[in-house]
Design a protein around this ligand. Structure first.
Ligand SMILES: [Zn+2]
Length: 256
């Protein structure tokens, strides 16, 4: 369903933004492209404040009218952690622009896929030592732990940059039936993890991020390793400064 080649979106407001996405895919070059391709097969998620922030920042390019559907779409792809849906179905490589411009839920979903792509590219460039020091590895590897720790530091910063409380109840909306045939009650529970977590944003910290990972099925042992690494990184001003700069780079790259 999502494997057809890129075609222009039909709506006038959507067209330019969707086209810029296809240009973005074409501009991945060099070793970074190889690494990104490899990483995309793995389980790497951005936390969700960053995804909601990004969706809101780019929404005018997509002609969004139903914000609740759009925001719900922006968090939908990572529900695969609890539904078990194939990553290729929630984070397709080949973007069918007709499909993704069809409604506001799908437009939000598309922003998630774009944000993941840009974030991965930017972090691998900005943190060559931290995430590549042990060589590439999948979930549970030092590589994965370090990458996740950087994303947590970024997301805790993203959270402070907009009023997430104004938008978090939009996650009450769940697409039914599930976009890939998922059990709607499972997606509802997934959304509730974030509604509960972000309802009091001032209380969200590293512990909340770790609890979220455990709720998504990560083992406690691995979650503790992520916590330890995040706390170590949080003491390093160079890492914190760079992690807090990732979002601006994402926006910059999106707009170019
Ligand atoms: Zn994702």
């Amino acid at each position: 369903m999502l494997q057809s080649p890129c075609v222009p979106a039909s709506g006038p407001t959507a067209t330019s933004a969707f086209m810029s996405l296809s240009v973005f895919y074409l501009t991945l070059t060099g070793p970074s492209k190889k690494l990104v391709e490899k990483l995309k097969q793995q389980q790497f998620m951005a936390l969700l404040a960053g995804h909601i922030r990004f969706a809101l920042d780019v929404k005018d390019k997509y002609g969004v009218t139903e914000l609740h559907k759009y925001i719900s779409g922006a968090v939908y792809p990572d529900s695969r952690y609890v539904t078990g849906t194939e990553r290729s179905l929630t984070h397709p490589d080949n973007i069918d622009l007709t499909f993704f411009s069809k409604d506001d839920f799908r437009k939000g979903w598309l922003t998630h896929v774009i944000c993941d792509e840009l974030q991965l590219q930017i972090i691998t460039k900005m943190f060559p030592e931290e995430i590549l020091e042990h060589g590439y590895g999948g979930q549970g590897s030092d590589f994965w732990i370090n990458l996740t720790a950087i994303k947590i530091i970024q997301d805790l910063d993203d959270l402070t940059k907009f009023e997430i409380k104004k938008y978090i109840d939009y996650l009450d909306y769940v697409e039914s039936p599930g976009p890939n045939g998922e059990d709607v009650t499972v997606i509802t529970k997934y959304n509730e993890i974030f509604t509960n977590m972000y309802h009091e944003p001032e209380r969200v910290d590293v512990n909340s991020a770790i609890d979220m990972w455990i709720a998504l099925g990560l083992s406690k042992d691995l979650a503790e390793k992520v916590r330890w690494k995040t706390e170590q990184y949080a003491k390093n001003p160079s890492i914190v400064q760079r992690a807090h700069g990732v979002y601006d780079q994402i926006i910059l790259k999106f707009n170019n």
